[in-house]
Design a protein around this ligand. Sequence first.
Ligand SMILES: Nc1ncnc2c1ncn2[C@@H]1O[C@H](COP(=O)(O)OP(=O)(O)OP(=O)(O)O)[C@@H](O)[C@H]1O
Ligand SMILES: [Mg+2]
Length: 263
Amino acid sequence: MLKVDQASVFFRTRDGRTVHALDRVSLNIPDNSLVVALGASGCGKSTLLNAIAGFLPLSSGAITLDGRPVTRPGADRGVVFQKDTLLPWKSVLGNVALGLQFAGVSKAERRARAMELLSLVGLSDFADAFPYELSGGMRQRVGIARSLAADPEVLLMDEPFGALDSLTREQMQELIISIWKATRKRIFFITHSIEEALFLGTQVVVMSPRPGRIVARFDLDFVSEFARAGDAGAIKMAPQFATLREEIRGILHGSDQIRSAAE
Ligand SMILES: Nc1ncnc2c1ncn2[C@@H]1O[C@H](COP(=O)(O)OP(=O)(O)OP(=O)(O)O)[C@@H](O)[C@H]1O
Ligand SMILES: [Mg+2]
């Protein structure tokens, strides 16, 4: 279990102001879950993910992974960023295998593992290509393969499809589901798309504008329905999906109004 317990983050800006980014957020990411955090721009989603990744310290509260405190980045957490962070001078294979190279894994083993992951994300034929030869969606696939290389316990994904066109984005959502099913990794996924959150999440947490708090939680199972029946269109058109979409839209809109009233 990955546990976030009453996590708060205050940032100190360079001009001496304090920004309250995250306010007592509690969250569990149990085995076999795909937890999605949804919220408006600036509500603290990346702050939460970066704290789980160990990139930034909490001001108060605690994060533990299977009982161990999270205080720094580690191979037990793989991260996929919104913008791809591939090294342009390395091939696709070299990028996926980079972490394994740092970990001292032998060349033959690195290659075998990276090829396996490239096949998982549908890029077997592009192992020797360079990032500039790939589309945005393909680069994100490489990023996903790279995040899986060290066989992490949890995948942390910060709006990984935010920069993709809607068709590619839908294909990538289906790819995430197949990876989630194939690897049984726990996934923490951030998005500002209500539809993406509903489609992917086994649990969706809705965050308020700054300071980011969790204002609603939903346990869902559209993702398993998709894994069974494979018809994304039918799921997204279903009345139950539409009702939840409107409910969440109302919550996000409502918390916006609370913010305007407070300002
Ligand atoms: N290093 C920092 N120093 C000061 N303030 C910061 C820092 N990082 C983030 N913030 C502030 O914290 C708040 C939350 O930022 P965060 O990046 O977590 O938002 P977000 O929900 O990920 O937004 P987006 O959807 O646009 O990516 C913002 O007001 C931001 O300005
Ligand atoms: Mg962000």
